[in-house]
Design a protein around this ligand. Structure first.
Ligand code: HEM
Ligand code: HEM
Length: 463
């Protein structure tokens, strides 16, 4: 039994499998939330499934549980592979796995029963915060010591991103979650919104973005079978992300009386984010530009490249909606929900799924049970998400322009009802995609064709 926790790459696989399972759990909660926005009276007596409880379960399970967990699994594989060594400690990675998943489980088992701090993206209660911090510390120790024991001199950019994601999380999460006030996890008054959105934006920006970017930088050159276009550019993009992303949380509260200097800093840096994003996208595109057939022909790399395309859309939309005059129309309505889905599922989720499908055969030594099912999952999610983006953006514009013209909130509701019904219907495609993925993963682990030693070595050494 003890031997199990020493098996190389075991924890990496466990993180990826857990991520796939959390995806399905989060999608079920997403479906309930979507149905309740169309039919609020659906299952009225089930307290854990009222909108105010199921929504945070959905959001946290998706962000930390699906995208975060799967990308950590990918990182625990590529970190030692890129450093030509073993992970410093497999058991420590399992300890991180336990703490990390305990935190996520406190969503469906806690929020649904009223145990929440009630601050968006900072809902976990103090004990769950502590558990997440312990996971981050275990990951930092393991990463640093793996780097120290490396046999490869050069630190490839994916290693930088993986390391930084947890250093930043360990620094930023306790601040945004006001962990020094265990009872409430909150500050008094308006100042609380500044702290809340400090983590609220750094969760996508300094946890999900570096993990997803690191994974994309790993998969694209490997599948293209060519070296990265430019290491210098990749590091320039990394440092610009550090310089700009850390303090733009204020753009979530532009319509409130936070200090003007904070609004100015967050707007200017939100616009400047075009720089690091363009660098990452150009660098990956230049790497893959002669190998389109390899990238789009490989179901795993297709997911990763699809994620890069969504990243472009997200990061054109993001700076635009940071402009105060435009945000007066788009704030507080479904426009932002559309942005959140293309960002988190489109960018983070696609890259997480692509990295998982690329890495699972390398970890298990088994071929994927079905490449066609990966393509089916891609099709289902792409159809669902593109539809989400269109209907939520349209609904948001109807709400925003009506409010701007002095209309009251409740009188606009009948107009957006068809859009809410369409979103619920589109959600079925994404939910099905998550279940197809879980089935394919399970079948790969149980019945995937075992690769010949030669074939596995070839796959591991590609590029
Ligand atoms: C079955 C598919 C899904 C459905 C039906 C669904 C539905 C919903 C609903 C109804 C909300 C609440 C919107 C509101 O308050 O008006 C929401 C919020 C959210 N969902 Fe999903 N979702 C799905 C998949 C996903 C996935 C895969 C992710 C991320 C990987 C995700 C991330 C989010 C985020 C970040 C929010 C918060 C948005 C905001 O506050 O602006 N969802 N979702
Ligand atoms: C250039 C980069 C980006 C900029 C400038 C940007 C800007 C913004 C702004 C201004 C909002 C608030 C909109 C409002 O409340 O009116 C927002 C919301 C959001 N963004 Fe981005 N964004 C960017 C990229 C991303 C990325 C890469 C992710 C995910 C990895 C992401 C995830 C989210 C989420 C989840 C929300 C919803 C927050 C909520 O619940 O209100 N964004 N973004």
């Amino acid at each position: 039994m003890i031997k199990f926790f020493y098996k190389p790459k075991g924890a990496a696989l466990a993180f990826m499998v857990a991520g796939a399972a959390w995806f399905a759990v989060g999608a079920v909660y997403g479906m309930f939330s979507a149905i309740h926005l169309v039919a609020p009276e659906f299952l009225p007596h089930l307290a854990p499934l009222v909108f105010g409880r199921e929504r945070p379960v959905h959001v946290n399970t998706m962000l930390y549980g699906f995208v975060g967990t799967m990308l950590i699994g990918a990182g625990l594989y590529y970190l030692p592979a890129l450093l030509k060594t073993r992970l410093w400690s497999e058991p420590l990675a399992w300890v991180a796995f336990a703490f990390w998943n305990l935190t996520i489980a406190s969503g469906p088992l806690g929020f649904a029963f009223g145990f929440t701090q009630g601050r968006e993206y900072n809902e976990y209660v103090w004990l769950a915060d502590v558990s997440l911090m312990l996971a981050a510390v275990c990951l930092i120790v393991n990463t640093v010591l793996t780097i120290v024991n490396r046999n490869e001199q050069q630190l490839y950019v994916s290693v930088w991103y993986f390391m930084a994601a947890f250093l930043w999380t360990a620094g930023n999460y306790p601040l945004g979650n006001v962990m020094w006030h265990p009872a409430t996890g909150a500050m008094p008054g308006l100042i609380d919104s500044i702290f809340l959105w400090f983590w609220g934006h750094n969760l996508p920006g300094l946890l999900i973005t570096p993990l997803a970017t690191g994974a994309a930088y790993f998969v694209i050159p490997r599948v293209s079978r060519t070296p990265l276009n430019s290491h210098t550019l990749s590091l320039l993009g990394f440092w610009l992300l550090v310089a700009l992303y850390t303090h733009i949380g204020g753009h979530h509260v532009l319509q409130s009386p936070i200090p003007n200097w904070l609004k100015t800093v967050s707007v200017v840096d939100s616009i400047s984010m075009v720089l690091p994003v363009s660098i990452v996208v150009m660098n990956l595109w230049m790497t893959a530009r002669h190998f389109g057939a390899r990238i789009w022909g490989d179901p795993a790399a297709r997911f990763v490249m699809g994620g890069v395309v969504w990243y472009v859309v997200t990061c054109i939309q993001g700076p635009l909606q940071s402009l105060p005059f435009l945000q007066r129309v788009t704030h507080f309505n479904n426009w932002t929900v559309g942005h959140a889905h293309i960002a988190m599922l489109g960018f983070g989720g696609y890259i997480a799924l692509g990295a998982m499908w690329h890495i699972v055969p390398l970890v298990t030594g088994r071929e994927l049970y079905s490449q066609k099912l990966v393509s089916l999952q891609f099709g289902l999610i792409t159809f669902g998400l593109t539809g989400f983006f269109l209907v939520l953006t349209a609904a948001g514009l109807i709400q925003g322009t009506a409010w701007h013209n002095g209309e009251t909130v409740y009188r606009v509701l009948p107009q957006i009802a068809p859009f809410m019904a369409s979103r619920a219907a589109l959600g079925v495609f994404i939910l099905t995609g998550s279940l197809v993925g879980l089935f394919n993963l399970f079948m790969t682990l149980r019945h995937g064709r075992v690769m010949e030693v030669q074939q596995l070595r070839h796959a591991e050494e590609a590029a």
